[in-house]
Design a protein around this ligand. Structure first.
Ligand SMILES: Cc1cc2nc3c(=O)[nH]c(=O)nc-3n(C[C@H](O)[C@H](O)[C@H](O)COP(=O)(O)OP(=O)(O)OC[C@H]3O[C@@H](n4cnc5c(N)ncnc54)[C@H](O)[C@@H]3O)c2cc1C
Length: 416
């Protein structure tokens, strides 16, 4: 296949539709949540916006057609996510959290599990799913072979039920809209406290309203203000034995695949947020003289900074599309570019928004412009979804230490 980054007519239509939806619907999120002080209150405020996303078909776009959905390719998801995130990060992140929660079932579930849990997400209800990976003591070392460290949530088989105990936090969507539980949570747990995760890590499908699940508290975040980050406790939560995805040990691959899917979507979200900063800075530069004789774009430093900002946005977008294409071509088995998309786009977004801030000047540090809010949002990108230091770079480091590492593999167009 020739290299071609041209969007198809269908993709252009999707891009335009997502842009229109964002401008007409999601543009009202910021003012809607502004006066609410508690994270759970802000989250409740975005429920109508999420409902609008469901109505517009974005929820069932997560689900394969065989189970009633209209599954977007990873590339198409990125095209839409960029447009949505340009205007609001909260509602798309809530959708992303649902997609992350469902990825283990979509990629590794049995036919019975897919039939049981996926079609319900294709209706008109604003259903939420969640992925409970991060432990309250940290997420980076989930794969350490030291059996006394790493994941401390355990699932023990008792007759025909798994009994789950543990504490998770930052479980996006895990509380449900009103603290009453999400539709389901895929929970990362070990089945044996004496076996390393390579033999014991697994993922379990847990109905969100199961007895024993409690929302301990909500974490307030400086950006992503209406994305919900609850701390969830699992106390003797019982689920049917059939709700394990794969076998003990398969959790390693399932976690990797789930975070590979989010990587490129987050790359697109970074591009969307960067565009919001660029749009503001560009308009400012064209129109504002700051009491001088000419619009500030006439000054070389302003013009050059705009060029540098735009260039990094373009580079991030095309790397993201490459990551998406590799994800689609390898059914998520790519081990390199996804991590690189996540690291590069997220860290670039912080630098780009900082440059937009320097360009606009002191007002960018206030609530007179949207730049400070965008900065609060992008600061999240490097540290969430598998932090760039403890998870993403570490995975790439491990890949490069492997004897079979081929530096040209990702550029070879090979499909797995
Ligand atoms: C808005 C938001 C939404 C989120 N949504 C979810 C979600 O839906 N589900 C979920 O499970 N989690 C979620 N998270 C958590 C997120 O995925 C975390 O990035 C991840 O769990 C790992 O955190 P961490 O990298 O900071 O690891 P930590 O374990 O907290 O490590 C902290 C730091 O220690 C250092 N470190 C520790 N161990 C190592 C090591 N072995 N090698 C190198 N450096 C190391 C690194 O500098 C690392 O950055 C969310 C977080 C936020 C803010």
């Amino acid at each position: 296949m020739a290299i071609d980054l041209t969007l198809s007519p269908d993709q252009l239509a999707l891009q335009e539709a997502a842009r229109g939806f964002a401008d007409t619907v999601l543009s009202k999120v910021a003012e809607t949540i502004a006066s609410f002080h508690k994270p759970e209150e802000r989250f409740e405020q975005i429920k109508p916006f999420y409902q609008e996303m469901v109505n517009a078909g974005f929820l069932k776009a997560l689900i394969p057609e065989a189970y009633g959905g209209t599954e977007f390719t990873s590339v198409n998801f990125a095209v839409a996510a960029e447009e949505l995130s340009r205007v609001d990060i909260n509602t798309p992140t809530t959708l992303l959290g649902t997609g992350l929660g469902l990825q283990p079932i979509i990629r590794f579930g049995t036919e019975e599990q897919k039939q049981e849990f996926l079609p319900r997400f294709c209706g008109d209800q604003p259903l939420l799913a969640a992925f409970a990976f991060t432990e309250v003591a940290g997420g980076a070392n989930f794969d350490t072979p030291d059996v006394k460290a790493g994941v401390q949530t355990f699932a023990v088989l008792d007759g025909d039920e798994w009994v789950i105990n543990g504490k998770k936090h930052y479980t996006t969507n895990g509380s449900g809209w009103h603290g009453d539980g999400s539709e389901l949570i895929t929970v990362v747990a070990r089945t044996d406290s004496s076996a390393p995760p390579q033999e014991s890590l697994a993922v379990f499908i847990v109905p969100g309203n199961s007895p024993g699940i409690t929302v301990d508290s909500y974490i307030d975040t400086i950006g992503h203000r209406a994305t919900i980050s609850p701390r969830i406790h699992f106390d003797n939560v019982r689920i049917p034995a059939r709700n394990i995805i794969g076998s003990p040990g398969d959790g390693m691959a399932i976690v990797a695949r789930a975070f590979n899917w989010t990587a490129s979507a987050i790359g697109a979200a970074c591009v969307g947020r960067m565009r919001a900063a660029f749009d503001y800075a560009y308009d400012f530069a064209l129109t504002d003289k700051r009491s001088g004789p000419v619009p500030v774009i006439e000054y070389q430093n302003v013009g050059y900074m705009l060029v540098d900002i735009k260039m990094r946005i373009e580079a991030s977008r095309y790397l993201t599309w490459k990551g998406c294409q590799l994800f689609d071509d390898t059914n998520g088995a790519d081990e390199e570019i996804g991590h690189m998309v996540k690291i590069y786009a997220s860290e670039t977004s912080v630098q780009v928004v900082y440059d937009a801030m320097r360009l606009v000047g002191v007002d960018a540090y206030t609530d007179k412009t949207p730049i400070a809010g965008i900065m609060e949002d992008v600061l999240c990108f490097p540290v969430y979804d598998g932090g760039n230091m403890g998870v993403r770079r570490r995975q790439l480091h491990n890949l490069m230490k492997r004897e079979d590492y081929d530096p040209m593999f990702s550029a070879s167009g090979v499909t797995a």
